[in-house]
Design a protein around this ligand. Structure first.
Ligand SMILES: Nc1ncnc2c1ncn2[C@@H]1O[C@H](COP(=O)(O)OP(=O)(O)O)[C@@H](O)[C@H]1O
Ligand SMILES: Cc1cn([C@H]2C[C@H](O)[C@@H](COP(=O)(O)OP(=O)(O)O)O2)c(=O)[nH]c1=O
Length: 792
């Protein structure tokens, strides 16, 4: 755990009521563990014979799961209906009496059978009472601490309950055994197991006292809850609890996910022995696997929050489930112990993180009034699912046969265990995804990028919600590409057609923006020019203000907004041009815009030489960026093309060397397609492009049709001739089964891309280095093979 994690834990412990409750929980959980171990040992000691001992041992453990099913349902109602503090105190006093009776009965009775029977009955009663206690406690915690610290408090509680106290209990029991037994000649009441049982009972008395006298805060808020709940019968309240879960997608997803996780865990536990056997490893491997699982759990719970930092907890929950389940599926194909250990580590880490996220979400986001019931459902359901999964897995594994498959030198055992693990993994992944979908609080924000961003400390923010009635079109491209020209052309056409059009640009569309523009673009003293990061922030500031005051209001109103430059300019100029990390610029921009993305980006692709010479001939001098080096502008150009290829549906890439009229025509057609206008200009019948090969005659290129009735169709163009020969032109929509199409992937060797006049979107292969206008292929144009260097 890093320092911030430890600081978070310390800060929750500074909250007095929580500190006391944590103490109570630690004592209670220590008592629990020592009680579980001691009762089981104790029961086994009372009878002789290994079979009887075995069944005495397991029946006291199994009995702990039964009450959950019978009496659990009302526990939640009680936790919501009555004062949670009194519920806890009364439960603990009763448990003190019941647990205390186990060793006492043993002292007064001579019959081992009777003693064991009572131990089983008492455990059953105690467990039933615990069921009332847990929802009351769980529902109380969120009221004691601020929401922001819930996670740290859960971390602390989970680590204490499942990490520290079981080990401590085992150590104390072992110590008692080591110290007390050798003394010898002790009366029966002083045997180690007896002492352990007294400790268990006394721990209850202690916690009852602390909760009653020390944590009066638990009673707070009781009145309103009681008033609300008293109007309903207990039965109605029970039904209401289930209804609440059913109709709240978030809680439904959470509950589903938790059950899925427990089912997976149950299958892993149920098959573990067979699984280690199938690895050809012995008992030691079995324990090793379990230890690894627990280490994974501890890592997930202890370090998870520090790793994912600000990631949405709802997303974290779903992702963790998928991680854990994916790891279970991986276990199913592991053929070596090292692989199994690796898988087990991730099963544990995923499960631990999912558990922590789940409990925290339940505590923080479920209303106080129903919290007890929701906790009860989760707790009871989880036990039931776990029990079912363990026993079902045990039965199924026993039923199936196993056969060995040889893969080269490695023999893999295909057994029902593996099939079961695979099924569990796949079902778990499905549950994780389903839970994620139901709970996602950042719809539309890519998951992986969000996760990676969060790990680096910069999660993506969800798109700001607003009613977007208009259409947002952006023109991008290098200097002198003809953006202003095309913006004007499109806006004139749309205005003529009666659209509400807002023409705007970045930087400098607003008053604030104009000031920023003069800061970033004017030539000044070296010392006055903003540094690359400052420049990036200034463009982002301009953009934030622009989007908030111009773009969003216009889109809300239903206008067509046409902007000369937007986010891509920052990615290209500040990212690729200034070589700042593009991811960071992207995050900055998405933060500035609140996630607003254009509907269409028209990329006017131009050779920097051509563009800059156009700017020169305008005779207005150059600004700070225009006077950057040629290689700067080259980087900018390819950054734009890369962005377009990453999201081809949103982009219209046009060769800016084409006549302005032609470009305007294609843009207008695409805009109409975007508006869903079926009439008007027929969509480009034959959007094509050509690939010119470099050294490799097999060079290929993927082309997507822009204005095409089936825009999702990909056209594959494959060169046919020698190095200098221009390749085939295929219309979009050509089935890939066409005899001309032999390959569907872009070759990394393609070096020159020649856009045909009708090509509307070009997706360059990663290594393509030049986009050459189609002019040279047209009748009357230069012969194929001639390279266009600069001027149009
Ligand atoms: N398709 C084109 N072919 C040739 N010249 C063009 C074309 N489009 C624009 N121009 C000219 O190039 C110069 C820069 O155009 P402009 O629209 O201002 O580009 P940007 O806004 O991208 O910097 C202008 O003089 C313009 O008349
Ligand atoms: C919007 C934006 C522009 N720029 C640069 C690109 C341009 O060189 C400059 C101004 O763009 P622009 O107004 O298009 O100038 P011009 O009409 O002369 O082409 O700002 C960035 O570097 N980052 C950005 O985010």
């Amino acid at each position: 755990m890093d320092l911030s994690g430890i600081a978070a834990l310390r800060s929750v412990l500074r909250i007095r009521p929580f500190r006391r409750l944590w103490l109570v929980l630690s004592v209670a959980s220590f008592g629990d563990w020592i009680g579980i171990l001691a009762t089981a040992l104790f029961a086994a000691q009372q009878v002789t014979g290994s079979v009887a001992q075995g069944s005495a041992f397991s029946s006291t453990i199994a009995i702990r799961l039964v009450p959950a099913l019978i009496l659990g349902p009302i526990a939640g109602v009680m936790a919501d209906r009555f004062d949670r503090r009194y519920t806890m105190v009364i439960c603990d006093i009763l448990r003190f009496l019941v647990y205390g009776s186990i060793p006492v009965v043993a002292l007064v009775s001579d019959s081992g059978g009777l003693t064991v029977t009572w131990a089983v009955i008492a455990t059953f009663i105690g467990e039933t009472i615990t069921l009332m206690w847990i929802p009351a406690k769980e529902a109380a915690v969120p009221n004691l601490i601020p929401k922001g610290r819930l996670e740290a408090s859960n971390q602390l509680t989970l680590i204490t309950t499942y990490g520290i106290t079981p080990i401590l209990a085992a150590l104390v029991l072992a110590a008692l055994d080591g110290v007390v037994r050798p003394i010898g000649g002790l009366p029966p009441w002083a045997s180690p197991v007896q002492i352990a049982l007294y400790i268990n009972a006394l721990s209850r008395a202690a916690t009852a006292a602390v909760v009653f006298f020390g944590i009066k805060e638990i009673s707070a808020g009781r009145r309103e809850r009681q008033q609300k709940n008293a109007e309903q019968s207990m039965f109605r309240q029970f039904v209401e609890g289930w209804r609440y879960i059913g109709r709240t997608p978030f809680v439904r997803g959470l509950v589903l996910g938790i059950f899925g996780a427990f089912a997976g865990a149950g299958i892993v536990v149920g098959t573990a022995r067979f699984f280690t056997a199938s690895l050809g490893a012995g008992d030691a491997a079995f324990y090793l696997l379990f230890a690894t699982l627990f280490i994974g759990l501890a890592i997930g719970i202890g370090l998870g929050p520090a790793i994912v930092r600000e990631l949405s907890r709802r997303r974290w929950f779903g992702i963790s489930l998928v991680l854990a389940s994916g790891a279970v599926a991986f276990l199913s194909v592991a053929f070596h112990l090292s692989m199994a250990l690796f898988g087990a580590l991730f099963v544990g880490a995923g499960a631990g993180m999912a558990f922590l996220a789940g409990v925290t979400l339940l505590g923080g986001q479920v209303d106080d009034e129903v919290r007890g019931r929701v906790f009860a459902v989760v707790q009871i359901g989880a036990r039931l699912v776990l029990l079912l999964a363990i026993s079902l897995a045990g039965v199924l594994v026993g039923v199936g046969s196993s056969r060995t498959v040889r893969l080269g030198d490695i023999a893999v055992d295909i057994s029902s265990t593996r099939v079961l693990l695979l099924v569990a993994g796949v079902v778990g992944v499905w549950t994780g995804v389903a839970a994620f979908r139901q709970m996602d609080d950042k719809r539309g924000v890519p998951v992986l990028a969000d996760l990676l961003g969060a790990i680096r400390g910069r999660p993506l923010s969800p798109a700001e919600q607003f009613t977007r009635k208009g259409i947002f079109v952006v023109f991008e491209g290098g200097e002198g590409a003809g953006k202003s020209t095309q913006v004007t052309r499109l806006s004139e056409e749309l205005l003529a057609a009666g659209h509400d059009v807002v023409v705007t640009r970045e930087p400098g569309a607003t008053d604030v923006g104009a000031r920023i523009r003069s800061l970033v673009l004017s030539h000044g003293e070296e010392a006055d020019t903003p540094s690359p990061r400052a420049e990036a922030l200034l463009y982002a500031a301009d953009r934030a203000h622009h989007v908030a005051t111009v773009v969003r209001p216009a889109l809300e109103r239903g206008a067509v907004v046409i902007s000369d430059r937007y986010v891509d300019s920052s990615l290209a100029y500040q990212g690729a041009g200034r070589t700042l990390p593009v991811q960071e610029i992207s995050w900055l921009s998405s933060w500035a815009t609140g996630g607003l993305k254009p509907d269409l980006v028209v990329l006017l692709d131009v050779d920097p030489g051509v563009g800059l010479s156009r700017v020169d001939s305008r005779g207005q001098g150059t600004d700070r960026l225009e006077s950057e080096s040629r290689s700067f502008h080259e980087r900018v150009r390819y950054a734009f093309l890369d962005l377009a290829s990453a999201d081809p549906k949103r982009y219209l890439v046009l060769d800016a060397a084409r006549p302005a009229d032609e470009i305007a025509g294609v843009v207008a057609a695409r805009f109409k397609a975007l508006m869903g206008v079926a009439d008007g200009v027929p969509s480009d019948p034959d959007p094509t492009m050509v690939v010119r090969t470099g050294a490799d005659p097999e060079a290929t290129m993927v082309v997507r049709a822009g204005v095409n009735p089936r825009p999702e169709e990909t056209v594959v163009v494959r060169s046919v001739g020698g190095p200098d020969e221009t390749a085939v032109i295929l219309p979009a929509g050509t089935p890939t089964s066409s005899p001309d199409v032999t390959q569907v992937v872009a070759s990394p060797d393609a070096t020159q891309v020649v856009a045909a006049p009708d090509a509307t979107q070009v997706v360059p292969s990663s290594d393509a280095t030049q986009v050459v206008p189609r002019a040279e292929d047209e009748p009357g144009g230069r012969p194929p093979g001639g390279e266009r260097e600069s001027t149009p």
